[in-house]
Design a protein around this ligand. Sequence first.
Ligand code: AMP
Length: 248
Amino acid sequence: MKILVTVKRVVDYNVKIRVAADGTGVDLANVKMAMNPFDEISVEEALRLKEAGKASEVVVVSVGPAKAEETLRTALAMGADRAILVETDEPVEPLAVAKIVRGVALEEAPGLIIVGKQAIDDDSNQTGQMLSALLGWSQGTFASKVEIGTDKAIVTREVDGGLQTIELKLPAVVTTDLRLNEPRYASLPNIMKAKKKPLDKRSPDDFGVDIKARLKLIKTEEPEGRKAGVKVKTVEELVSNLKAAGVI
Ligand code: AMP
């Protein structure tokens, strides 16, 4: 079974982001970029499944600018076999990404597609769900455990207040949650080897996908700073303050 993994190049999670002066988004000038953390978890899971003999090949795909090749090379250095870069300099919304990945999936015929639960730049949490709907495949979102059997996958999902275990018919789309695993670091020899691994370049047009924006960004704002707290001396004072604030 082949596993397809989506990886997105996003602002590194350690970077303190700044809103662009004109409010059109986030300032990306000279900002460190990295693989979306949930996608690192997806790559790790695919590699573990391959190492356990449940998968034969791990293919990683990214939609983005030429620089997204670095992100794909990171995935190859972790151990993925092959990469596909669907190159575009335009911003791509989750629906367009899902349509492109659907096109890749129809060509590659994977048994499983692993998608991050959300990209930490847009926080959309949409791509995996849209992809499974477009393909008509089963989906297991927010996975904290994935087991592969013959023609089926058992997925433990992180839901409000607990865990839910579901059985999916393969092929399926799984989205990864934080507790699924701890991604490995790429070793230096593997980083060198990754430079020679195959990376195929494609365009959204190859899959007949129009990536024109369907959403209009109205405004991006910094969150309001937190107001300083008040120290109270007695429980009575606390209760009266809470009442005055309409909390109780
Ligand atoms: P989102 O729906 O935007 O929150 O993203 C959820 C997941 O979809 C990410 O963790 C990625 O695995 C995948 N994804 C989103 N955008 C892209 C992209 N441009 N290229 C590759 N994968 C993507």
